[in-house]
Design a protein around this ligand. Structure first.
Ligand code: NDP
Length: 475
């Protein structure tokens, strides 16, 4: 925990009040003014990337390169949101249909007002900015509650905003633990964008239910990677290693389970094991990955490894001894029963379960058996197989012959299924998530058959009913 101040209910409410005032000013800037402001903030994040990466590294323990990459990805999204908000959200004409041919119809998207963003610690810039950038670009003010493990990053982002965009407090950070997050849920915001564990997501929803405050929940995952027999096994193993061990496995859409078609199982496992053995975590800025960010996470990882082995799984690389807090060495577990914690629960550590499957049908069935559904990957040499498998996977995003392929594509929406949450950030859907659709019709001329009047004529209704039968009775 840092020396950051802890925001209580009163402080959070004051921030939301200030944001409410700022929201009016921000909305009044219009599309162009907001785009200019967002791009000014973007330039600050870009030119001061080293400083921000240093702050990320200090609070999370991740290697320098990972911290820089995280900022680069976040900035890519910020740029996209700033440049596309107008095109996605501005009022546009829509067809008014036969029945209302006399009406000109249009839909436009208005900001909601003040968005409360509650973020996790694992990607303290990329993840919350996935909500913050899109919420701001849609015309809202934001009050951001970073994780208590990364308050400095949250504060840094808000301070840089204040410098880049002088004026009312359009983006503020309030720091503190879960209580500050709970206070934000009850502070009268117009929507909460929560990213964190499924368990906390439930608490956030319950708190928001009291005031009918809408929520978007970006929660955990237990993502599967499927390896077909015709896949490039070296590429698949490298991607699995990166997806499982990168960022010490503390990636919501990291790889936690791998299902490999029988014919490729042994060679794949061997290659992955080789890569795992060559990987060591450490404190050095150029380490492959760093420490577990929170003190409690190592114990969860140890529990999952122990349970997998007790249930009959095999430790191919590492095992219980791999957990030497604050570090955890890479662990490859094989033939782990599907009811083990390492298969059913989010481990959030540098461990991976590799299980053989008869065929791709079984792989898809096992991948989909999880109550989570954030992302998934498939490796295959066949484009057709890739498309088929991708369509059958129950997940918010699927990467083919890669892991996390969507992360750097800002036009793609991101979000989960089931216990991984609901709602979408990123892309056009992400902009709409922080907007309210408003429909407008303008009567251009009186309807030839006017039914919307108190003195409606029976003959008019009769004519309309006949047309209705003709139009919908057969087609
Ligand atoms: P947590 O659920 O523990 O916390 C998330 C945020 O919620 C933190 O800011 C936390 O504050 C806050 N919080 C805690 N209790 C409450 C409460 N009662 N009401 C409101 N807010 C509260 O998640 P972690 O920070 O541990 O992050 C890891 C999780 O996030 C993993 O499950 C991971 O999969 C998921 N995640 C999902 C992503 C996605 O996009 N789907 C992306 C990244 C991570 P504090 O930390 O101060 O206690």
């Amino acid at each position: 925990m840092s020396t950051e101040t802890v925001a209580d209910q009163r402080v959070v409410e004051a921030a939301v009040d200030a944001a409410r005032t700022a929201a009016g000013w921000w909305a009044g800037l219009g599309w162009d003014g907001r785009r200019r402001a967002l791009l000014a903030w973007k330039r600050t994040l870009t030119t001061r990337v080293e400083e921000l990466a240093g702050q990320i590294r200090e609070e999370t323990g991740k290697p320098h390169g990972d911290a820089v990459l995280e900022v680069m990805l976040a900035v890519e999204h910020l740029d996209w949101a700033a440049r596309h908000a107008r095109g996605v959200l501005r009022r546009r004409r829509v067809p008014s249909g036969l029945l209302a041919a006399n009406q000109a119809a249009s839909v436009g998207y208005e900001p909601l007002g003040v968005i409360g963003v509650i973020g996790p610690w694992n990607y303290p810039v990329y993840t919350p900015l996935g909500s913050i950038s899109y919420a701001l670009a849609a015309g809202n003010a934001v009050v951001f509650k970073p994780s208590e493990h990364t308050p400095g990053v949250g504060r840094w982002l808000a301070d840089r905003w204040a410098e880049a965009v002088p004026g009312p407090a359009v983006l503020q950070a309030v720091t503190g633990g879960g209580e500050a997050g709970a206070a934000l849920c009850r502070a009268g915001v117009d929507k909460i964008a929560f990213t964190g564990s499924t368990a906390t997501g439930r608490k956030v929803m319950a708190a928001c239910a009291e005031t009918l405050t809408p929520v978007v929940v970006e929660a955990g995952g237990k993502d599967a990677l499927i390896v077909a027999a015709d896949a490039d096994l070296d590429a698949a193993a490298r991607a699995a290693a990166f997806g499982s061990f990168g960022n010490a496995g503390q990636t919501c859409a990291g790889v936690e389970r791998v299902y490999v078609e029988q014919a490729a199982y042994e060679p794949f496992l061997e290659r992955l094991a080789e890569l795992a053995r060559a990987t060591t975590p450490g404190e050095a800025p150029d380490a492959r990955y760093g420490r577990m960010t929170t003190p409690t996470q190592a114990a969860i990882v140890a529990e999952h490894i122990g349970d997998a082995l007790a249930k009959g799984g095999r430790a191919v690389v590492g095992g219980p001894d791999a957990v030497r807090p604050p570090f955890v060495d890479p662990v490859v577990l094989a033939e782990v029963p599907e009811d083990s914690l390492a298969v059913t629960e989010e481990t959030f550590g540098p461990t991976v379960v590799v299980n053989p499957v008869r065929d791709l049908d079984e792989a898809v069935a096992r991948a989909n058996a999880s109550r989570y559904g954030l992302a998934a990957s498939v490796f295959t040499g066949s484009r057709r197989t890739a498309v088929e498998v991708a369509e059958r996977l129950r997940a918010g995003a699927v990467s083919v012959n890669a892991v996390l392929g969507f992360a750097a594509v800002p036009s793609l929406p991101f979000g989960g299924v089931g216990d991984s949450g609901f709602g979408r950030i990123h892309g056009a859907d992400g902009l709409r998530e922080f907007s309210r659709a408003k429909s407008v019709t303008r009567q251009r001329f009186a309807a030839p058959i006017d039914l919307l009047r108190l003195d409606r004529q029976p003959a008019a209704l009769h004519r309309a009913a006949r047309l209705f039968q003709l139009r919908h009775g057969r087609g």
